[in-house]
Design a binder for this molecule. Structure first.
Ligand code: MLT
Length: 405
């Protein structure tokens, strides 16, 4: 049993004096879409049959684009977390005429029994998660009180992929599919992708501690650590705290230097823009700098994929990551101390955020490093030139000494 998509029309009475869909109406539409989906799927009485009532415990809605009367919105929902008595639904609404993502929402429900007390989630709901096609079911692991979404595929020695800001684990799609012979682990950092986004608690230390706890949960002792951009900054902190768990390092489109005073002010201004205008402000500022070419038309699908990722990032996750990046220390001395660690540095030929000069400086600081330049790529090599990126990673991984040597 899967949950069908639902199309709903926006009516004039749901809009404010300026013609925009008003906030209360958006919540109503999300709720209507949810019940319509149940009606078209397991039945409107799905909870009644099980003798439970799903009460909303927490709701968050990110408004991403304007909506006017006459627009048709397509609602999708995914069951992203299942507890004993609670479950989380993530919903998204896209405008049908141009496929623009106009809002995302996350609702945490607690199941109440007839006596009003929390009771077990009914089997019909747990079945929804189990019956999602392979690859769609999101695995979630709670670490340090925060639920992280994580993909784990393959067998062999482990490689941990850490995405950049404000992105998610799907930037590693090609590498996750292709690097056979390795146990590939790609989580969403707290505050991004489908992981929980607490209001507070973001720093390079918490990101690194989350990853160490995630590896503990998966029974993984040591990894090849592969971080892109902010993922590289998290990798530095992981090395400071858990050096013994890292058998090789891949630094992609990142830099060892910390922020200048001006860079820190820019982080604060970006955080304010995100608070005031949501993820759209971040997407508009970042997208033209991320790829080898500067417009959506020239870049094509990778642009749209990354735009969707940024727009779906919760504002607390954006603000938290900006503060964590602003406050990170310089890591040049750390790299100089990693005498015997095999390291690969990968950089896009046209990376404008962490340019070639930064990659060369990291290569000079790391004793055992090699540098690969991905031609015709900007800051997001793994998304823009996935096959070329996977090829250089595969070559580096194949040359590593087997575990235990
Ligand atoms: C990233 O891509 O993770 C960030 O843009 C890095 C940064 O802003 O320093």
């Amino acid at each position: 049993m899967s949950l069908p998509e639902i199309d709903l029309m926006v009516y004039p009475d749901q809009c404010d004096a300026y013609g925009h869909l008003n906030q209360a109406a958006f919540l109503v539409l999300f709720e209507r879409a949810r019940w319509d989906m149940f009606a078209a799927g397991p039945g409107l009485d799905v909870f009644q049959r099980a003798g439970v009532w799903p009460a909303v415990r927490r709701a968050s809605v990110d408004y991403l684009a304007q909506v006017f009367p006459g627009d048709v919105l397509r609602f999708q929902q995914t069951l992203t977390h299942l507890g004993r008595t609670s479950f989380t639904l993530r919903q998204s609404a896209r405008r049908v005429r141009d496929d623009a993502l106009v809002a995302t929402a996350e609702f945490v429900f607690v199941c109440l029994g007839q006596n009003g007390k929390p009771t077990l989630v009914p089997a019909i709901i747990t079945g929804l998660l189990e019956e999602m096609p392979e690859g769609e079911a999101v695995r979630r692991i709670t670490v340090n009180g925060v639920g992280l979404a994580v993909d784990v595929v393959g067998d062999g020695a482990a490689i941990l992929f850490i995405h950049g800001y404000p992105l998610d684990r799907t930037i590693w799609r090609h590498q996750m599919e292709q690097l056979n012979g390795w146990r590939r682990i790609a989580p969403d950092l707290r505050g991004m992708g489908q992981s929980d986004a607490p209001d507070l608690g973001y720093s390079m230390t918490t990101y690194a501690d989350d990853l160490a706890a995630l590896l503990d949960s998966l029974g993984v002792e040591s990894v090849v650590l592969c971080g892109l951009s902010m993922g590289g900054y998290v990798a530095f902190e992981f090395l400071r705290r858990y050096r013994e768990r890292v058998r090789a390092l891949i630094l992609m489109d990142t830099r060892a230097e910390n922020d200048s005073p001006e860079g820190r002010r820019t982080r604060d201004a970006a955080a304010q823009a995100a608070r005031d205008h949501g993820a759209r402000a971040v997407a508009d500022a970042m997208l033209p700098k991320l790829f080898a070419r500067e417009t959506a038309d020239l870049v094509g699908e990778p642009w749209r994929q990354v735009e969707r990722m940024i727009l779906a990032t919760p504002v607390p996750g954006i603000v938290g990551a900006l503060a964590a990046m602003r406050d990170r220390p310089d890591s040049t001395a750390l790299l100089e101390s990693l005498d015997e660690l095999p390291a690969l540095i990968v950089v896009g030929e046209h990376d404008r955020i962490t340019p070639l000069a930064s990659a060369h400086r990291m290569a000079a600081a790391l004793a055992e490093s090699q540098l690969e330049i991905i031609s015709d790529a900007g800051h997001l090599s793994s998304v823009e030139r996935p096959a070329a990126t996977t090829a250089v990673l595969g070559k580096f991984l194949a040359a590593l000494p087997p575990i235990g040597d």
